[in-house]
Write a protein of this length. Sequence first.
Length: 558
Amino acid sequence: MEEEVKKSQNFIEEIVEKDVQEGKLGGRVQTRFPPEPNGYLHIGHAKAICMDFGVAEKFGGVCNLRFDDTNPTKEDVEYVDSIQEDICWLGFKWGNIYYASDYFQQLWDLAEKLILDGKAYIDEQSAEVIAQQKGTPTTPGVESPFRNRPVEENLALFRKMNSGEVKDGAMVLRAKIDMSSPNMHFRDPIMYRVITDHPHHRTGYKWKAYPMYDFAHGQSDYFEGVTHSICTLEFVVHRPLYDWFIDQFADTDYRPRQYEFNRLNITYTVMSKRKMLQLVQEGLVAGWDDPRMPTICGLRRRGYTPEAIKNFISRIGYTKYEATIDVSMLEASVREDLKTRANRVCAIFEPVKLVIDNYPDDAQETLTTENNPDNESAGTRDVTFSKELYIERGDFMEDAPSSFFRLTPGGREVRLKSAYIVKCTGCVKDSDGNITEVHCTYDPDTKSGTEGGNRKVKSTINWVDTKSAREVEVRLYDRLFMVENPSASEQDFRELLNPDSLKVIKGCIVDNQLAEAKPLEHFQFLKQGYFTVDKDSTPDKPIFNRTVSLKDNWAKKN
Ligand code: ATP
Ligand code: MG
């Protein structure tokens, strides 16, 4: 049993478990989820969230939410709010909320200390020149001509950087480490830059010099008492610098440690916030929560559940190798989750009237139907049945081959779902030859739920009583991009958008009970897929989003 529990742990949980057992840092576990509030969270962030919050939960620790808000040009309270909403929706609870911007003064003081120690200097070269001087991993970099400025001058200039007198890009503060280090991040990394004309969403215009990620992140972890600072693999090469900065200031033995796992990449989408922002700003999608977006709010609007997302994350697991996950795995997770969650209902996408000639004209009866054969506790519901019903146009064929088991004149018997067996007698057409009505007769002794209801026929079709029918709009979503990896293409990713990623069908017929459904309620439209109510839906104009089809028909199509 113990063995089993161990096996189900990911490699980071194993490290944490060992640290706890050995009593490292007093057996304390403290993690953080550190989003930059420059966009909405996406499914990749969900992977980090499940790790950061999951580890804390599992080992009796705490996970804090820290907004890594060190770049005012891209950040906004809109994002701060949405990030909190999405984490809560996923079902996680943070201990505290922190902001890197709360540490601006502390970070500033540390930077001044580094200057006084002769370990940081002001460089007045342009970003391009500094980049050129970096060298390559195999050739050493070139030292800046400003590298050996006197301490007093560095200190005066650093203060000037924050006074508003220095233009953006005119100077930076660099750590003085080693321009020939094999680790490029040690080649005098930039610690501070100037941003004058963008108010910070929390500190306004108070600061003009802002710390860079590498300087801010480790210190923030240290200030907060983080034990395990978990991030993605691209930060492996930053780790020595993370440790170096902390070593410059730490006045105790305590050290936060950074651990890295593989980031999530998914086929047929983009997950860079910069690219997602472009899609939103250029109107190529309907917003961050467009149901085709890989954002948490997009997936939610699409009909994904937190459970489906978390099951997916736990299935793909955590490794130390980059890989791309097929989006069909994500779709399979939501399909599986909705199977027991979503009530089955009939929805007719392309309706035609079915008239039962031998059914009494004014009669209407109530039939009881199971809500969900895969979930007994879902109970039953009543639907009305009368002489005229809507059925799917495709369920009738005038001249049908013998392999067609649905309605055709003189054809076989067909069961109307949860109702009676009928036999097609013909159809009525308008002057243009379009079929306007299909006619049939029914066998009153074959009602579902009665003894005659047990009689088996080849095929069952869906219907909605015209007397209870309600027109709704249905939105069918497909993959946002036509190619598996739009970011790897030489073409601009926006040219690779799938033109058929949204198909709107108006005039679909459902039972009017469904018009009362609320956003985030889930349904299986029989034979069509899983659907949820869109947030723009109203009882007057109901709108349903397809979450996912019933089967993975993409694989077949291609
Ligand atoms: P972008 O580069 O698009 O802005 P980011 O990685 O900078 O994204 P952050 O807000 O800094 O986004 O990320 C917060 C946390 O989420 C970080 O710890 C980061 O490693 C993690 N994260 C971001 N994207 C992914 C992903 N695709 N898979 C797993 N973790 C991710
Ligand atoms: Mg980032």
